[in-house]
Design a protein around this ligand. Sequence first.
Ligand code: PMP
Length: 394
Amino acid sequence: MLTNLKEQPKDKILGLMAMYRDDPRPTKVDLGVGVYKNAEGVTPVMRAVKAAERKIVQEQTSKAYTGLAGDPAYADAMIDMLLAGAVERDRLAAAATPGGTGAIRQAFELIQMANPKARVFVSDPTWPNHVSILGYLGIEIVKYRYFDDETRAVNFGGMMADLADVTSDDVVLLHGCCHNPTGANLTLTQWQSVIDLINEKGCTPMIDIAYQGFGDGLEDDAAATRLVVQSVPEVLIAASCSKNFGIYRERTGLLIAMSEKAENTAVTQGNLNHLNRQNFSFPPDHGARVVTTILTDPELKADWMAELEETRLGMLALREQLAAELKRLSNSDRFGFLAQHRGMFSRLGTTPDLVEKIRVDNAIYMVSDSRMNIAGLNAQTVPVLAKAIVDAGV
Ligand code: PMP
């Protein structure tokens, strides 16, 4: 039986990681993998996470199953952080999932159960796993223009023109903040236009928010999501705690499904529970418990917020340093977009050939679509990257 299996396409980021590992050059720089790293190149365990884990070890009296949707206190804490009362709590069904990816997968399955005709509109480009999971589930994908290769900002005209094709059966997938892979984001005014279009067409928005706190701050990064839940009847939200709590391997995510009326919430919740049951039964608890412990303890929460803010400002400083260095070396403003982008990533907007040239000549690794992980830099490597970009003729 197993001999019938065909080889799966290689994941390009994992391939890049292997190449980086095998590169003997001591000056090598990894801007590939999507994990936050501090100036020492370490992905730290955050202070509040360590403290919460100690507390859990001391105080936890049982490892018995939680509920199918996870611990309700986790959903409450996350909904509070993300939506801050923007919508009535009794319209929200929520389930803990293994990471943001688990939430995305369950959301797509929920869409398929609710409406087999639904197509999902995704930005071009988007996080490749969106496309791959949709393809795996056999859900029709429609791409909408998103990134302007010239300005390296959002091609808003193209986006709105392409979204004009949605019908009331369809779902529009949007990145809540810190767009991956481009780093280019909608303004709140543009979000409002997207919301108006969604309401006019009667389609359903789905928001993937995996970087709350990495862009303009914990509150600002949630502003668009809050605006959406206040403005449309139904919303799906897939949230990840991997980045903002630095608990990647604990697999901590949450799927939220907002119904138009509170009387629909119980059925929606039952479907979220059912999906968890079919796919993995009870969701992982450790990461969720760490998050809940932090968010419900004022001291731990303040410390976590302070460290998250340091992380965010560190990435912002690297962006500004890189944009300034490139301005100096290129004698032009054409790289100013790097300081405008938000989150961990920026798409440089160059060809795979030049990405390869930069790797061969300088041992700087970025994804072939020219996505760079800004957190892979430090104050010393920024000038090296800037020179490599200019030398390659980008
Ligand atoms: N959405 C986006 C846009 C992401 O970049 C990621 C992480 N790379 C995720 C969702 C999911 O992350 P995780 O499953 O690790 O929580």
